[in-house]
Design a protein around this ligand. Structure first.
Ligand code: AGP
Length: 603
């Protein structure tokens, strides 16, 4: 979603700012722009489409400056054209904004006589409102305070004022970070955007604003100067490079065995074969778990439900965040609400966490970004050690979420005396096998590529599975939709005959996910029903299963034999690779698919 950048320096900032914008591109965008100050005049350049278009404009019409703001826009209000691209400016003020100004129409009505709007955005009013406060004689801090009070909704804003060599950063509801450099300081939506410049970062809190010049940064809240902790981010320049792969997604798929290995080492004492996880929230008194998340993270919850129910004998309720808080939720004191998010910045998930906190219910988060809003808001947190995930389609974040949830389920099973110490050690032995099983599956990538070459022209693809494999079917269909734009659906295999089987004909490939377990035969029967109706079956199973569906399948991909609890993690690899190779055959923008944002910071 929209990315914000700002630099104040002694040197020219235009080309570093364009480089920074490229790092923010992973968040998802459809136009970009930047503004600087020259002889007390605001100059801006903006372009629709890719950042390369902005670069072309800058090379035919160059600008210079040592202070500036820049933006990648993910359109909410108004089409993604140049006029709606940020920065928006008056003759005195330029702004970039991430979030939504819910009362922008009221503000326009209240200020109508004073200005004409150029764009269709909700953001442009911020520039006019702030200008009007300065024209009323308010100083910068007074004007920012009044701005925060006047705007409803979520926002992170970068502001440039024509006669000032200072940048202003404002945060309420949308993330914004400050970067500290040598004779230059920065604002950025996240640590990835700031990675080309600095590792020293602090995060603004709600209601904070910062005033930055090249030498110092001051942060304020409610009119008082405040201190925010400065941390060294682990997001390095290297960790956000493609490392020889054509796409980030491909690199991230291949990083999974290492990411799981890191998680293993951190959360398990491999010598004693016990868990290092110490959160007091996982205790004997927990009798009910609710999991809230969006998208792929919600599919991780769907898999995890089976683990918590089986290993810890605890009922698990799952909800997607955009629905959860609009229901009349009946909480109980023995409940733990878990929030799962790669970015830790998903607005819908944050909104639910805020509600749960208000209700004083114990809450725990699993995030991939340790200093994210969700991590900072929740009672306790565990960080998945996937490293920065740049591809919009989540891959290594998903499998590290699965792995972390599995370790927590086992740990809770031990705490609640559902699992003996001997069983705990046996389960840990199974977990230790996962990175090598993943590697063996990745080694067979060429087989998946060949299947992809045969089905990439399909208009619709169905994924089916039962139990945990149903969740993997949902994830497989989402992955494919996101990056190949092929219509895909994941179904519980047994549900097919209740409606979706009407979709089946010889043009619809059916991906059956059916490892050998107690649900295998039932799923195989569902595949037989599809085969009888002309469906083209691609089975994802293991050697034993392959023999049983050989006669009805046009292709079979086999994973290594592994225990049932590890199967969903291993089965994820082929469905990720299948989506990836289909997208590559189709020639789509794998890492930045149309219309999608990595970090969804609006509701
Ligand atoms: C995954 O491929 C998607 N891009 C998307 O569904 C994502 O999982 C969802 O937006 C949730 O994001 P989060 O994990 O950062 O909260």
């Amino acid at each position: 979603m929209c990315g914000i950048l700002g630099i104040v320096s002694k040197k020219d900032i235009i080309s570093p700012m364009v480089e920074g914008l490229k790092k923010l591109a992973y968040r998802g965008y459809d136009s970009s722009g930047l503004a600087t100050i020259n002889n007390k005049t605001i100059i801006k350049r903006r372009a629709s489409g890719k950042i390369e278009n902005l670069e072309k404009i800058l090379s035919s019409n160059p600008i210079k400056g040592n202070i500036g703001i820049a933006h990648t826009r993910w359109a909410t209000h108004g089409v993604p054209n140049e006029t709606n691209a940020h920065p928006h400016a008056t003759n005195r003020v330029a702004i970039v904004h991430n979030g939504i100004i819910e009362n922008y129409k009221d503000i326009i009505a209240s200020l109508k006589s004073k200005f004409l709007l150029d764009s269709e955005t909700d953001s442009e009013v911020i520039a006019h409102l702030f200008t009007s406060y300065l024209e009323d004689g308010l100083d910068i801090n007074e004007a920012v305070m009044k701005l925060i009070d006047s705007l409803n909704g979520a926002f992170a804003i970068g502001i440039l004022i024509s006669n000032q060599n200072r940048l202003i950063a404002v945060r309420k509801g949308s993330p914004l970070a400050i970067g500290y450099g040598d004779n230059q300081n920065y604002i950025g939506s996240d640590a990835v955007g700031l990675a080309p410049y600095t590792k020293k970062i602090s995060y603004l809190e709600d209601g904070d604003w910062a005033v930055l010049d090249f030498e110092k940064v001051q942060i304020f809240n409610k009119g008082r100067e405040v201190k925010r902790e400065i941390n060294f981010t682990n997001v390095s320049r290297l960790s956000i490079e493609k490392g020889g792969f054509k796409h980030y997604m491909h690199k991230e798929i291949h990083e999974q065995p290492t990411a799981i290995g890191e998680t293993l080492k951190s959360y398990i004492d491999l010598d004693r074969k016990t868990f290092n996880i110490t959160s007091s929230l996982f205790n004997k008194d927990i009798n009910r778990i609710t999991m809230v998340a969006c998208g792929t993270s919600s599919y991780a919850c769907r898999v995890a439900r089976f683990w918590f129910e089986k290993l810890a004998n605890i009922p698990v309720h799952i909800d997607i965040a955009s629905e959860y808080r609009y229901r009349n939720i009946i909480h109980s004191e023995d409940e733990l609400v878990m929030f799962i998010s790669q970015s830790g910045e998903t607005r819908d998930t944050i909104a639910c966490l805020e509600e749960v906190k208000k209700a004083k219910i114990k809450n725990f988060s699993i995030v991939n970004v340790s200093d994210s809003s969700i991590a900072r808001l929740s009672d306790d947190t565990i960080v998945t050690l996937a490293g920065p995930e740049i591809g919009v389609a989540s891959t290594k974040a998903f499998t590290t979420q699965l792995f972390t949830l599995l370790t927590l389920a086992i740990k809770l099973g031990v705490i609640k005396n559902q699992i003996s110490l001997k069983e705990e050690k046996e389960l840990i032995d199974e977990l230790i096998e996962i990175p090598s099983l993943m590697n063996k599956t990745l080694d067979k990538e060429s087989e998946i590529r060949s299947i992809a070459s045969e089905i990439y022209t399909a208009k619709d693809i169905l994924y089916i599975g039962r139990g945990e494999s149903h969740a993997i079917a949902l994830e497989g269909a989402l992955k494919l939709k996101e990056i190949s734009y092929i219509h895909a659906e994941g179904y519980a295999a047994g549900e097919l005959k209740h409606g979706p089987i009407a979709l089946v004909d010889e043009n619809v490939p059916i991906i059956g996910i059916l490892p050998t377990n107690k649900l295998f035969d039932k799923t195989a029967s569902n595949l037989a029903e599809v085969y009888a109706r002309g469906g083209k079956i691609i089975g994802i199973t293991d050697e034993v299963g392959a023999k049983k569906i050989d006669d009805i399948s046009s292709h079979i991909f086999t994973i290594e034999k592994c225990s049932q609890i590890c199967q969903p993690i291993i089965l994820t690899i082929p469905i990720q690779l299948l989506a990836y190779h289909i997208a590559v055959f189709k020639g789509t923008d794998v890492d930045q698919p149309r219309n999608l944002a990595k970090s969804v910071t609006v509701e």
